[in-house]
Write a protein that binds this ligand. Structure first.
Ligand SMILES: Cc1ncc(COP(=O)(O)O)c(C=O)c1O
Length: 476
């Protein structure tokens, strides 16, 4: 196509009709394309998206939980502008201030000894892949160090490779990350999953996999992992356990307080690496910088993404010194072209400064308490509300057809089927200008961390009205 024609095609008319262009040419994630119907956006600010046809929509999912600090935080935009004037990206054969400072900051603010190493990627999935490789290589190296005469006779595969995950988990859509996920989205890569993934039952007290009630249940769900590791070959076969400290897209599930200290003990007993995937929970979402801090334990590898880069695609895999040490003289066999992107790192550093300067974590705790208290009143009022769960600004209302039997509106395996939850999401968008995810187990309340009290009132009042749709379908 000659340049004149190309310029014609990029004309103002196309600009006006970009919605149709996107509808026609973009491949929407996790969707059949025929009914793709994007809303044209003029701008976004704070917690709100402004559309070209004059609507103002509250983003109750914080743009896939990425935009925690609102859409146009002036300090972060300024830090990005300043960085763009210097250097946007150079390879890691060169050092840049933001990349170096962010690596040090993450080493310091994550739990445990700050003597760590950080790998930067662009997606949560990429960072999970790095964690899996790091854990497996660490275990491989331990085997090498032991010497062949000390290897167990059942060491057929050359190194411990198994990864234990939980059914209610999502770690990303690339092959390794999807394989270690329990979420049905994993099915899209089957049968080409990576070898050795075993799924454990969840720490999900509302629907206890062992039909027990907490407290007084001996936390069988974590003891089960101990048994699993043993039966999967123990230290000779199992490399890592990967967890979302507070499960995100599979139902916002904070486990009981004793769960992670016990899991840490189990991993130590078997010398298995503990990976905490904080892609959704990291950087303040739950009222601590990292959700695992609520449980006061130190994982061996911490993964983060989403909100880390604030407005840039940036993720990080933080390796404790024990794991990182094996790469002092061995190749870290993972990489991505834009790793350590200076602009992304500058945005992330500015974001962490904002979290500190504006005391965002205090705000999350205060607003989270208010939001949680208000949501709990809906439990009494609506027969379709099975349980209100959450912490910080990370909440769900799990909706059920019947409170007694806990029959769900949507089974975990029916991820793409239309149901009452879809109708509630559509109602909230159409009637109340609130955008919430539609495909969850219930209503998901995950606002930007800068949400104001009156915005919380508006959200809860709107959900209160929308729940009539579910109540009509529920039985006493
Ligand atoms: C806990 C967790 N880990 C990993 C990912 C994957 O992140 P990304 O979509 O950036 O690859 C997600 C995405 O939702 C997530 O919630």
């Amino acid at each position: 196509m000659d340049s004149e024609r190309r310029n014609e095609r990029l004309s103002a008319k196309d600009d006006d009709d970009f919605r149709s262009l996107q509808q026609k040419y973009l491949m929407q994630c996790w969707a059949a394309q025929r009914h793709y119907d994007p809303v044209a956006v003029e701008k976004a600010d704070g917690c709100w998206i402004y559309t070209t046809d004059g609507r103002k929509i509250f983003d109750l999912r914080s743009a896939h939980e990425c935009i925690n600090l609102g859409f146009r935080h002036p300090k972060i935009l300024q830090a990005m502008r300043d960085q763009m004037e210097r250097v946007v990206y150079v390879t890691d054969d060169f050092a840049t201030r933001p990349t170096a400072l962010l690596a040090r900051t993450l080493a310091e603010i994550t739990p445990g000894d700050p003597n760590k190493r950080v790998w930067f990627g662009q997606s949560g999935a990429g960072a999970v892949e790095a964690a899996i490789k790091g854990a497996r290589f660490y275990k491989y190296h331990q085997m090498i160090k032991k010497g062949p005469e000390n290897l167990s006779p059942d060491m057929q595969y050359p190194y411990p490779y198994k990864i234990i995950s939980r059914y209610r988990s999502w770690h990303g859509s690339t092959a390794g990350a999807a394989s270690v996920s329990g979420d049905p989205r994993r099915w899209f890569i089957e049968p080409l999953t990576i070898p050795g993934v075993k799924h454990a039952p969840d720490a999900y007290c509302y629907r206890c996999p062992f039909d027990k009630t907490y407290p007084g249940c001996d936390i069988d769900c974590v003891e089960y992992i101990d048994k699993m590791i043993e039966l999967e070959g123990g230290s000779n076969k199992v490399a890592a356990v990967i967890i979302e400290p507070i499960v995100g897209s599979n139902g916002i599930i904070p486990p009981p307080g004793e769960y992670y200290p016990r899991l840490r003990e189990i991993c130590d007993k078997w010398d298995v690496v503990l990976i905490a995937d904080e892609t959704m929970t990291g950087l303040g979402r739950t009222g601590e910088m990292f959700a695992i801090e609520h449980y006061d334990i130190v994982p061996d590898i911490i993964v983060m993404g989403k909100a880390l880069g604030v407005y840039c695609p940036l993720s990080a895999t933080v390796f404790s010194s024990r794991i990182a040490g094996v790469f002092d003289d061995n190749v870290f066999g993972h990489g991505q072209s834009f790793s350590g992107h200076a602009l992304g790192c500058a945005a992330a550093l500015a974001g962490i400064n904002v979290l500190n300067e504006e005391k965002i974590l205090d705000r999350v705790r205060e607003m989270g308490q208010y939001l949680g208290d208000r949501l709990k009143t809906l439990e009494q009022k609506h027969r379709s509300v099975g349980e209100v769960r959450g912490i910080g600004l990370f909440w769900t209302l799990e909706l059920v057809r019947n409170r007694e039997t806990k029959e769900p509106f949507r089974k975990q395996t029916d991820k793409y089927a239309r149901n009452v939850l879809t109708e509630i999401a559509e109602y909230l968008l159409r009637e109340k200008n609130i955008y919430i995810p539609a495909d969850k187990f219930g209503i998901w309340i995950v606002p930007p961390l800068i949400v104001k009290k009156q915005e919380i009132d508006f959200i809860v009042d709107s959900i209160d009205e929308a729940l009539k749709i579910a109540d009509d379908e529920a039985t006493e």
